[in-house]
Structure formats: structure tokens, C-alpha cells
Design a protein. Structure first.
Length: 200
């Protein structure tokens, strides 16, 4: 079913579980949101299905709860959406606001990607594979976003921060995602990243 304009309310997609994060800010005045940045995340690394990511994005993660959490103490980050392994969707920041997901970043000569992008986290381990349910939900979400924003490209964190970040990594099926989106949107290959992140 095609995403409907009525599925949105003030930048929040009704098909997602809303979990508002305090970690966001306004976008610069007049900015066009044209980029989608895809990430991978799991806490602890490689462990799926818990609430640690939700706690991280809402500043409730106990750094003493697991050795891997210690380095996250005091970190204030967020993404607009998280797609769980079973395809369940969570939204933490409205799409008209600036989430804190890309950090120091640049794409095609334009910096500060947080200002002009939507961040989507796929629950998974950097470099590992992702589930069919996640790809299906990702396609639905990007199609819905394209109905709200002037999207022109979908890239990975590894493309906007090469050398610093490597997610979602080589296990991510970029050709499959591109083919699925091209079946529903008038997008050519130029809307997706080069095969080698170093080319970005």
C-alpha cells in the first residue's frame, strides 16, 4: 500500500512507534532536507531485541549495565528512525527537526549532514547482514519520506564520514535497496552511493 499524506502528523509517521528523544534541535532556516543517511546499531554490539538503543537515544542508558556501555557515558545522540530486526519501526525525532546522528560529516562537498538529512538506524552489527523485514520496512519508510521531503540521495554513514565510520558496512544490500526503491520512485542509480565509500 502506498504511504499516504495522512500517515504523517507534524513530522511524525503514524506507522512508527513514537519515542521522543530530547537530543534534537532546529534545522537551519530554509534548508531543504534532501539526504537520507543509513546507519547500523546494536547495543551491546551484536545483541538484538533489547531496549538499550531506545535508552541511549533518550539519555537513560546506564553505563554500568554492560562493559560496552562505559564509553557511551554522557553521550547525547539520536536518529530519526530505528528499524528493528523484525521490521518494527521506532521514531525518535520529527523529520522537520535535526537529529544528532551523522556527527562530523560531509557529502559531495556539503558539510554538516545532520542539518539536511534524515537518519535511519538499522538494528544490526556493522558489516553483518540485515533482514528482509528490515529492507521492506526501509523501502516503505523512504517512500513515505520522499512524499514529505525533497529527497535526492540515500547513503550510508560510511559514505559521509569515511575513515571515521564504517556502518552499515559491507553486509548491507545497496543494490537490492536501490532496485526496490527504483520500482516505486523515479530514481536512477545516481541517487545511491558509489560502490567504494572512499569515492564519496
Amino acid at each position: 500500500m502506498s504511504p499516504s499524506l495522512t500517515d504523517w502528523h507534524q513530522g511524525w509517521w503514524r506507522q512508527a512507534q513514537a519515542i521522543p528523544s530530547p537530543n534534537f534541535g532546529p534545522r537551519p532556516a530554509g534548508v531543504d532536507v534532501s539526504l537520507v543517511v543509513l546507519h547500523s546499531i546494536s547495543l551491546p554490539p551484536g545483541v538484538y531485541g533489547g531496549d538499550a538503543v531506545e535508552r541511549l537515544f533518550t539519555n537513560r542508558l546506564d553505563p554500568a549495565a554492560h562493559p560496552a556501555f562505559a564509553e557511551l557515558a554522557g553521550l547525547q545522540v539520536s536518529a530519526h528512525f530505528v528499524i528493528r530486526r523484525d521490521g518494527a519501526l521506532q521514531q525518535f525525532v520529527g523529520i522537520h527537526d535535526r537529529a544528532w546522528h551523522a556527527g562530523l560529516s560531509s557529502w559531495q562537498g556539503r558539510g554538516n549532514c545532520n542539518d539536511w538529512s534524515v537518519g535511519i538506524e538499522f538494528e544490526g552489527l556493522e558489516g553483518d547482514t540485515f533482514t528482509p523485514a528490515q529492507y521492506a520496512r526501509g523501502v516503505d519508510l523512504i517512500r513515505a519520506l520522499a512524499g514529505q521531503l525533497r529527497l535526492t540521495q540515500v547513503v550510508g554513514h560510511e559514505h559521509v564520514a569515511p575513515g571515521r565510520k564504517r556502518d552499515p558496512g559491507p553486509g548491507f544490500d545497496w543494490p537490492g535497496l536501490a532496485a526496490a526503491l527504483q520500482a516505486h520512485l523515479p530514481w536512477g542509480p545516481g541517487h545511491f552511493p558509489p560502490a567504494n565509500p572512499r569515492q564519496a
